[in-house]
Design a protein around this ligand. Structure first.
Ligand code: IMP
Length: 441
């Protein structure tokens, strides 16, 4: 059975472990790994043998030789961050990295603007990653953004025109500051922008020419609850990590997306501010933080930890048309006396089965939990579903049942090989049955 174009989408607040799943799947049949939204606010950690890779802009497929990686038009890209990431990786990406000519650039003043407006974005506000993502998308919607095509040296006086516009805009933003404070920053930015020129192309055409071969993997960044339209607005990122973002963020038609794999952790985490009804600030939450090493890949901030929220997961499965789930970090729960799962909310004496839109209302919802007894067996070496402790299997059943999507994959450690297929979900993505052997390599 041959797979077809597949979307890997985080269903929670980001940091679900999409990077590992994309890394495994891209080692199999897929030729193109495509990011369609966000920027270097994302942080995907992938462990290969002894080495841990932290990726922010480059799709996780970049770790597989010969796989082609696309940064789609829906992304906001900081040329300096991209050049630094390519240099740090130490892998030759030339001829397999394609940057959309319609992607938006993050300019040097975007993160400065974000910090300046910190009442809105920063600690007391959304609690953003500080990478200039919001201001870059604001400029895009305001029709004044810098686009990658402006770097096209084939245009009349292409790069010179670009530089002139950058200096003019910088002058407006930085005017009160002495030149020595910002001139070097702009020069460094322009040098980085020049370096990425060879990678810029018409990715919409490229992907449209290829999609009928069924070898495209879409890598979501952030997650459903951070989506600007479907998340806990205003505590969201400024793009659409949800499935609809793929069409607008790549230029592909909906029929190009055949499969949707939703990624969740066996518990929940959230970085930054905003409602989180199942947050546990007690010993269990501390345990998840410590054992799960829940620090943000991008900012290093501690993640807030809590229990799996089946109400929100169901909503995310519905909106993204999720076919099956990958449940990550099941091993982190080992050693807890009890594992809870939220099966509904209670608000003013009423039961709620859908999350309210108002974030204050959501914050006031009281989760209704079911629970399974904890287990103490080390499950990191388990490779057969039936060898998991009975309690862990029961939890996975609940997770699928509440989310309304079958659990297909279970991850029990950071390594590529630490994944288990659920034999009760053979009917979805049957091609994954052969895939696991490839994952070991
Ligand atoms: P921004 O995307 O930097 O504007 O941040 C907006 C919100 O999304 C903040 O609460 C961030 O902590 C959160 N966020 C952004 N990117 C990620 C991510 O990759 N993982 C988890 N949270 C994220």
């Amino acid at each position: 059975m041959i797979p077809e174009n597949t979307a890997v989408i985080g269903l929670r607040y980001g940091d679900e472990g999409k990077g590992k799943i994309v890394d495994i799947l891209s080692g199999y049949h897929f030729d193109y790994v495509v990011r369609y939204q966000g920027g270097h606010n994302a942080g995907h950690t992938v462990q290969v043998g002894e080495r841990t890779y932290k990726l922010h802009l480059l799709p996780s497929g970049i770790l597989r030789p010969h796989k082609k990686c696309v940064l789609g038009n829906g992304m906001v890209i900081d040329p300096k961050a991209l050049v630094a990431e390519i240099d740090d990786l130490g892998i030759d990406v030339y001829r397999r990295l394609y940057i959309s000519d319609c992607a938006t650039m993050i300019m040097p003043w975007h993160s400065a603007k974000e910090n300046r407006d910190s009442g809105h974005y920063g600690p007391g506000g959304v609690g953003s990653t500080g990478r200039g993502i919001g201001p870059a998308y604001e400029d895009k919607a305001g029709r004044r953004a810098f686009k990658m095509w402006e770097l096209d040296v084939m245009r009349e006086n292409g790069f010179d025109k670009f530089c002139l516009r950058v200096w003019q805009e910088a002058e407006k933003f930085y005017r009160p500051l002495p030149a020595r404070k910002w001139h070097l920053e702009i020069e460094n930015f322009l040098a980085a922008a020049r370096k990425i020129i060879p990678y810029i192309c018409d990715t919409r055409r490229l992907l449209n020419e290829k999609y009928s071969q069924g070898k495209i993997l879409f890598e979501g960044a952030q997650g459903h609850m951070l989506d600007i339209d479907h998340g806990t607005y205003p505590f969201v990122t400024s793009s659409n990590p949800t499935v609809g973002g793929i069409c607008t963020g790549t230029g592909l038609p909906p029929k190009a997306i055949k499969n949707v794999l939703g990624v969740v952790k066996a518990y929940d985490t959230r970085v930054g501010n905003g409602p989180f009804p199942t947050e546990d600030t007690g010993p269990a939450g501390q345990y998840l933080l410590k054992v799960g090493r829940e620090q943000g890949t991008t900012t290093g901030r501690d993640r807030r930890c809590g229990w799996f929220d089946g109400v929100q997961a169901h909503e995310a499965v519905m909106i993204n048309g999720v076919d099956a789930l990958a449940v990550m970090k099941l091993d982190v729960l080992t050693g807890l006396p009890e594992v809870k799962i939220c099966i509904g909310y209670e608000r003013n004496g009423h039961s709620l089965h859908h999350p309210p839109a108002d974030p204050d209302e959501l914050a006031r919802c009281k989760p209704v939990y079911d629970s399974v007894p904890g287990w103490t067996e080390n499950i990191t070496e388990v490779r057969r579903y039936d060898d998991l402790p009975g309690s862990a299997q029961k939890l996975l059943w609940w997770l699928g049942n509440r989310s309304h999507a079958p659990v297909k994959l279970v991850s029990v450690g950071p390594e590529r090989s630490q994944v288990i297929l659920n034999p009760n979900a053979k009917h979805v993505f049957p091609w994954m049955e052969d895939m696991l052997q490839m994952a070991e390599s």
